[in-house]
Design a protein around this ligand. Structure first.
Ligand code: NAD
Length: 496
């Protein structure tokens, strides 16, 4: 594998990595480490620290020192904007190496990592850089009628919330890191970032770029380790002011409860089971392509993956037939193989979890129209799978599988499909495919989801708020909305 990597990526993997606390690269105090594993072949890439609570304490102290009386929150907004641009430029300059590290650590295609993840990360940081100079309060003329002989004026200030504990998942490792640090840094906050234990490498490389960009010590700290150890210590830490979490709904609830103990501000971007709705006017071949993109992008390891496909019964056989043919024709292989159309899942555990769901579905009466289990070989591959003959009570229909598995179901009319689409605890995304404007606009308000795409799926932009209804989360990232979560509002009232 190593001979397919560039010299900078090989050099990064050639030594065990340390984590970033303040301006120092350190081991865990216990000396414990975790393995970074290549999911395409199960080989160890390098090792990195397994932080415990005491390491989290040190990182929080470093971030606190950088915030309280530190240079970063006191910096003029335009200087923070320039610093964010500097970091975006460094990510761009090192995007080939970062994409290679992402590919071997996560399993995704190096091309997708380079032109998807890294390009979006740069774009997102630049968008957030622009906000540093645009965070503003309001002026208000209060009435205070119960003090008739006095007049008042008032204004609000938006102040950085403080030290942010950011906990992120493994599906878009560097992009998720940037989603958190972008608005935090633009607001003047300092950060302790805890990447997923499956994919910590690009967060550590990002830490190097933060130092190279000249950020003051402690503004960004990267602490690696297990979720139930380092992540739990961070979310329950009384020294942080906000937890920004992206991950599963199950862990999100634990994080939310831990944060609430200290009344720490919390935002949660959680799981999904997003419906893809094909109305009766779709072109079956295009619909099959659209459905395939919606579920198989990033091997189905996407929070908004289109994992429930509802097709009008008049088009069902053609669309599902086309989708199954696409699934059967996909070439599986390492993310470094330019011919491969789908890589391995992130870990053996994730492969086994996904295959367990497929087996449960088949046991309960579903039929695999394509795929149906793991692929042979040393890597953690799962065949792209299309399940039919499902019913709404099956676990494959109700639970987030987070792999390349879609359940396909026919429907009759719009009210029925709206009811089926909303029959879930989740509410992250949904897509509607049709050129019938009247039907589309009747359906959009009925769908309980944070994002509804029309004739596309999984398309994100930093200007558009993103987040979940129901158990898909709390709060909105992106756009102006994200700054409500990284700032406090202070009301200032003055007697005239
Ligand atoms: P996960 O919940 O298992 O882990 C996410 C992060 O939480 C990791 O860093 C992990 O180490 C940490 N963690 C685990 N246990 C913890 C605990 N007890 N306390 C504190 N932190 C803990 O999720 P995952 O498997 O890494 O990622 C997949 C999930 O993420 C899916 O459910 C997916 O839908 C969701 N996701 C959501 C979005 C979104 O924006 N809504 C984006 C990407 C992924």
């Amino acid at each position: 594998m190593n001979d397919r990597l560039s010299a900078p990526a090989r050099a990064f993997l050639a030594q065990n990595r340390r984590m970033l606390i303040g301006a120092d690269w350190v081991d865990a105090q216990s000396g414990a480490t975790l393995d970074a594993v290549n999911p395409a072949d199960g080989q160890i890439l390098t090792r990195f620290p397994a932080a415990q609570a005491e390491d989290v304490d040190r990182a929080v102290a470093a971030a606190r020192a950088a915030f309280d009386g530190g240079d970063w929150p006191a910096m003029r907004p335009v200087e923070r904007e320039r610093m964010l641009h500097r970091l975006a430029n460094l990510i761009e300059e090192n995007a080939d190496e970062l994409a290679e590290l992402e590919s071997v650590d996560n399993g995704k295609s190096v091309l997708m990592a380079r032109h998807g993840d890294m390009a979006m990360a740069v774009d997102f940081l630049r968008y957030m850089a622009g906000w540093a100079t645009k965070i503003e309060g309001t002026t208000i003329t209060p009435s205070v009628p119960y003090i008739p002989d006095m007049r008042f004026t008032a204004y609000t200030l938006r102040e950085p919330v403080g030290v942010v504990g950011a906990i992120i998942p493994w599906n878009f490792p560097l992009l998720m890191a940037v989603w958190k640090i972008g608005p935090a840094l633009a607001s003047g906050c300092t950060v302790v970032l805890k990447p997923a234990e499956e994919t910590s490498l690009t967060a550590l490389r990002l830490g190097e770029l933060v130092l190279e960009a000249g950020y003051p010590a402690g503004v960004v700290n990267v602490v690696t380790g297990l979720g139930h150890v380092a992540g739990a210590a961070l979310s329950a830490h009384p020294g942080i002011d906000k937890v920004a979490f992206t991950g599963s709904t199950e862990v999100g609830k634990l994080v939310g409860k831990a944060a609430m103990e200290n009344m720490t501000r919390v935002s949660l971007e959680l799981g999904g089971k997003s419906p893809v709705i094909m109305l009766d006017d779709v072109d079956p071949a295009m619909a099959a392509q659209g459905a395939a993109m919606a579920i198989f992008f990033n091997h189905g390891q996407v929070c908004t993956a289109g994992s429930r496909l509802y097709v009008h019964k008049s088009r069902f056989d053609e669309v599902v037939g086309g989708l199954s043919a696409i699934a059967d024709g996909m070439k599986l292989g390492s993310g470094l193989d330019p011919e491969a159309q789908m890589g391995p899942l992130v870990s053996a555990k994730q492969r086994d979890r996904v295959c367990g769901y497929i087996a449960q579905g088949i046991e309960a009466g579903a039929r695999a129209a394509a795929g149906g289990g793991a692929a042979d070989g040393a890597g953690f591959f799962v065949k792209p799978t299309v399940l039919v003959n499902t019913n709404p009570t099956m676990s494959v229909v109700r639970e987030e599988i987070f792999g390349p598995v879609v359940v396909a179901m026919p429907f009759d009319d719009i009210d029925e499909v709206a009811r089926l689409a909303n029959d879930t605890i989740f509410g992250l995304g949904a897509s509607i495919w049709s050129n019938n404007l009247r039907k589309v606009h009747r359906l959009v308000p009925k769908i309980k989801a944070g994002t509804v795409w029309i004739n596309c799926h999984n398309v994100l932009d930093p200007a558009l708020p993103f987040g979940g209804y129901k158990q898909s989360g709390l709060g909105r990232e992106m756009g102006k909305a994200v700054f409500d979560m990284y700032t406090e509002s202070k009301s200032v009232m003055m007697a005239l």
